[in-house]
Design a protein around this ligand. Structure first.
Ligand SMILES: Cc1ncc(COP(=O)(O)O)c(C=O)c1O
Length: 402
């Protein structure tokens, strides 16, 4: 339990038993500065800072917004131009059926809201999620995680939530009994260690949900905003969900989530009214930051050019550097990467050494104890990324040889 004393002295609680304790004084672009060190950030605040830290266009947008107004009224009463502009831009980039946005504070809140939405819209009770999924920390989202250790002592959980096997359509079919409101799925399971859905699995899910009158919800909190290689992962899979959930990069470094669906589906939250309400959801400063981020992603060809190029760099560098090491698995989707080593203690040693000795920030996954998370910002240069990946590969070799 290293480093917990710092937290205790400050009166804060880290729920991680082994906090990294990297001191942050400043962050800029792909770097985080603190304690006399300059760290290269390969996790982007866990899939948040898609265009790095303090991008000038984001900083400018925030400043402009703060100079005009910050919080004025809960979401959904006053007309806030920045929210409207953001919703308009988002929906212009989505298929016509995803035309109505509700902004929340976080991904967890948006996921919980989709449970309420799907039950009210369908009049059915059950929600199907997948083993090894992570959808957040509020009660509904927490129940969707299948891991008994994280929910221990917190039962009873939300009722009528069932877990199917990821990438196994028959396990979903077995749960379809006419009382299922929604199926909630990550197109690429993040916390399981970057595990992509098979294309046919998502297509079969779409077909099954259509046949059974079930809402298909895609949690793109991690995969969205270019992280998994296209603006939204569903585009790559060519499967349109009924409800799309976004957060993380959506807020451009500020707290923001959203669930997006058709006007017809979303309208059930107005009947009876106030089906979902939030004080801070859609905060104008978060919307300004997110809107500026999305414009940068589009204007600077980051989605169309940089991310595919960085994905190639990741694949080429890691497969070449680690190809002759047995039992190492690499999973890369866009700039969402995982290196899985043969055992968890090796993974721990590698992660700590990469951070402490080489000042490169990598991280663990929640549900993949042998995985090293590599989620670089999309503004990283090819040579910076290549250098960092080769350094990680060398540390892996050193620690295996120890
Ligand atoms: C796939 C996924 N869904 C939902 C969430 C919850 O988002 P938030 O932490 O903003 O509540 C997370 C957070 O890590 C996530 O990775």
């Amino acid at each position: 339990m290293r480093g917990l004393d710092v937290w205790e002295r400050s009166g804060l609680l880290p729920t991680s038993p082994y906090p990294l304790n990297v001191l942050v004084e400043r962050a800029e672009g792909v770097f985080i500065y603190g304690g006399g060190k300059k760290y290269l950030d390969l996790i982007s605040g866990i899939a948040v800072n898609i265009i790095g830290h303090r991008h000038p266009r984001v900083v400018e947008a925030i400043k402009k917004q703060v100079d005009r107004y910050d919080h004025v009224m809960v979401y959904g009463d006053f007309i806030l131009d920045v929210q409207m502009e953001y919703a308009k831009l988002l929906t212009s980039l989505l298929p016509p059926s995803l035309n109505t946005v509700f902004f929340t504070n976080s991904g967890s809140e948006a996921i919980d809201a989709t449970i309420k939405l799907s039950r009210r819209f369908t009049g059915k009770k059950k929600v199907i999620a997948f083993k090894n999924a992570y959808h957040g920390s509020t009660f509904g989202a927490w129940t969707l995680a299948s891991h008994s250790d994280i929910v221990k002592g917190m039962e009873p959980l939300l009722s009528e939530v069932y877990h199917a096997e990821f990438n196994d359509i028959e396990s979903v079919e077995r749960l379809m009994d006419g009382d299922v409101a929604s199926v909630i799925v990550e197109p690429v399971q993040g916390e399981a260690g970057v595990v992509p859905a098979k294309p046919e699995f998502l297509m079969q899910l779409r077909r099954l949900c259509d046949e059974q009158g079930v809402l298909l919800v895609f949690d793109e909190v991690q995969t969205g905003f270019g992280r998994s290689g296209s603006l939204f992962a569903f585009e790559k899979y060519e499967v349109v969900p009924d409800v799309l959930v976004l957060a993380k990069a959506l807020g451009g470094g500020f707290p923001l989530g959203a669930f997006i669906s058709s006007r017809k589906i979303m309208s059930v939250l107005m009947d009876p009214p106030f089906g979902h309400i939030t004080t801070y959801g859609g905060h104008p400063v978060s919307c300004a930051a997110g809107l500026a981020t999305l414009k940068v992603l589009i204007d600077e060809d980051i989605i169309s050019e940089r991310i595919p190029q960085l994905e190639t760099v990741m694949k080429n560098t890691l497969f070449r550097a680690l190809s002759n090491i047995p039992d190492v698995k690499i999973s890369i989707e866009g700039i969402m990467g995982a290196i899985h080593l043969p055992d968890a203690s090796l993974t721990d040693r590698v992660i700590r050494k990469v951070i402490e000795k080489h000042n490169i920030i990598v991280d663990w996954f929640l549900f993949a104890e042998t995985g090293i998370r590599i989620y670089p910002p999309a503004i990283i240069e090819d040579d910076q990324l290549e250098y960092a990946l080769l350094t990680i590969a060398n540390v892996i070799k050193e620690e295996i040889a120890r």
